[in-house]
Structures are given as structure tokens and as C-alpha cells.
Design a protein around this ligand. Sequence first.
Ligand SMILES: [Zn+2]
Length: 247
Amino acid sequence: MNDKSSAVPPSGGPVDPAEIDDLVAANRILADQGVLDGYGHVSMRHSGAANRYFLSRSKSPAIITADDIMEYDLDSNPVDQQGRLMYIERYIHGEIYKSRPDVNAVVHSHSPTVIPFSVTTVKLRPICHMSAFLAEGVPNFEIRDGFGMTDLLIRDNRLGRALAETLGKKSVALMRGHGNVCVGPNIMTAVYRAVYTEVNAKLQAQAMALGDDIVFMDPQECGLITGRKDLNFDRPWRMWKERIGAK
Ligand SMILES: [Zn+2]
């Protein structure tokens, strides 16, 4: 067990500044879209070193700049802290990158419309074509299982590991009474999934208020959508960047 290691890990090396700009944009886009509020964070795996990731210092996502981005190892030890305050829940990111080699970006949010689905027996299910990725199922992390009474925060690698186990091979996991995590093979996809998890939750709650005879997406329809070769997240990404005034 090396959860509290204070060893300073070496850097994975420099990356293209455009990648860091994308991580900054992701923070600002998710704030602009109402997915991240004053809290929550988004990270990106180091493109040249799979055992390192980038995450902002502890700061609200809407005001993050490239200078705030810090590098971590997968135990979430900072490479060069420079006295900067770090997110308490950074272990979410490190442990997901450890268990999911296919994941290169992680969003942890408290996106509000999703939370009711973490505290009721109502399952979050895909209700429109944009959220077909939810068809694989959305597990719910119950921190009381195994950890008893906590403040619900993912404060160490042990908790991060348990959350990563609940996520398994899925794209989204809820965190009971707290929020959710959305992952993707790249930052555009992770952001897209975080936005449309919130959108789906809103639409599902609205449909449920109208009646209980809801026609959800069929798994086969979802498979035809997620299997599309021409699926393109670049279009909304460029629009979202435009909205926040990014390059
Ligand atoms: Zn949180």
C-alpha cells in the first residue's frame, strides 16, 4: 500500500501545448454547459506517458488557465506541486487511468439533474439518440458499501479504486448522493458524454413527469448509433469552444 506516498514522481515529459489548451477548454465548456459548477474537474492522460495525467490545481473550472494544469502520477502524487492546492478527489482520475488503459479523459461532476438517479431506484436509461452510449448500463457507486459513513468524497486511492471497480468497463458511473464520472478515449468524447448524461437525465425526468409509458431507446438502436464509423464529436466540440471564446 503506497496510497500516502510523498515521493516526487518524474515528469512524463512535455506535451503539445494544444493538448493542454484542449483540457482548459474542456473545463470551461463543462462549466458553460452547467455540468461543472464551482466544483468538479476534468483530466486528461499524458499523451506520451500512460502513467501520468494532467489535472488543474484546485480551482473552479470556469476560470482555469493553462498555467493551472498540473501533472500527476497514477497514485495522484504531483510531479511539481509548487505549493499549489490540489483537488481532494484527484484519486478518482488516477485510479480510473490505472484500471482502464482505454480511457484517456475523465470528468467528475456533480451535474445536478443526474443526482436524483443515484438516490432512487429509477435507472438512468437512454431516452434520445444523442445518449445512446448509456445503453451499456450506468452503475451506481454506493460508498457506504465497504466504507460506512463518510463525507462521500473520494479522498484516497482506496476509495478511488472502489469507484473504478464500480465503473468497470462502462462509460458512466453514478456516485450516490454526490455526482458521477464520465470517461472516454479522448477529451472530446468524455466531454460529450458528460454533457449528454446531464441532458438525458433532464429529458428522462421530464418524460417521467408526463407519464410512465416511456419509449426508451432500444439496445439495438443504440448499438447502431454507437457503432457508427462517422460518429463525429468534433462538431459540438467546435461550437462549445466558440461559446467560451477559445481558439
Ligand atoms: Zn465530487
